[in-house]
Design a protein around this ligand. Structure first.
Ligand code: ADP
Length: 165
């Protein structure tokens, strides 16, 4: 089941939340900063042992002080006009996060809009990629949540879901 909500992802009681991280995995702005603040300094200390993360790939950490059991960090592409492999890299973020989640017995998982903040991915194109990847995995999870940070973003996801089904 795919659910679209408008919420702060750090508040969700799920098996895993996904972080739109940067290559260092050592924190940043946007949702990354919010997740590090809510998880506590243990997340930074743990992530120092991970050796960073390539764009399009994903790494897993404990949730520490978060209600979520795990944090899956993935690194979206910086938008450079769409001709630099951005769609494939963004799809890889979703697919690699979902595969890593399956390998850790995650049944409920929530995603923010990877790449759609400071990395500049156009929101509608990103939502289509996100929803398509989620749909390909929906039957292997109890729940996949598209956690939007505004009602406008949630409306966009609902529209894409409607068109895609
Ligand atoms: P990126 O660097 O991948 O673009 P950002 O963190 O800048 O990542 O933005 C990714 C998305 O996360 C944006 O759509 C932004 O609105 C959203 N976002 C920011 N803070 C939160 C939060 N606490 N919970 C859920 N989504 C958030």
């Amino acid at each position: 089941m795919i659910e679209v909500i408008s919420a702060d992802i750090t508040t969700l009681e799920v098996d895993a939340i996904v972080n739109a991280a940067n290559n260092s995995l050592l924190g940043g702005g946007g949702v990354d900063g919010a997740i590090h603040r809510a998880a506590g300094p243990e997340l930074l200390a743990f992530n120092r042992t991970l050796g960073g993360c390539a764009t399009g790939e994903a790494k897993i950490s404990p949730g520490f002080r978060l209600p979520a059991r795990h944090v899956i960090s993935t690194v979206g592409p910086v938008w450079r006009g769409g001709g630099q492999g951005e769609p494939g890299l963004l799809r890889s973020c979703y697919v690699n996060s979902l595969e890593l989640a399956l390998a850790h017995d995650v049944r409920t998982i929530a995603f923010p809009g990877i790449g759609t903040g400071v990395y500049g991915y156009p929101k509608e194109q990103a939502a289509i990629i996100a929803v398509t990847a989620m749909q390909a995995y929906a039957d292997r999870f109890e729940k996949i949540i598209a956690c939007c940070f505004s009602e406008a973003d949630a409306a966009l996801y609902r529209e894409v879901l409607k068109v895609n089904t």
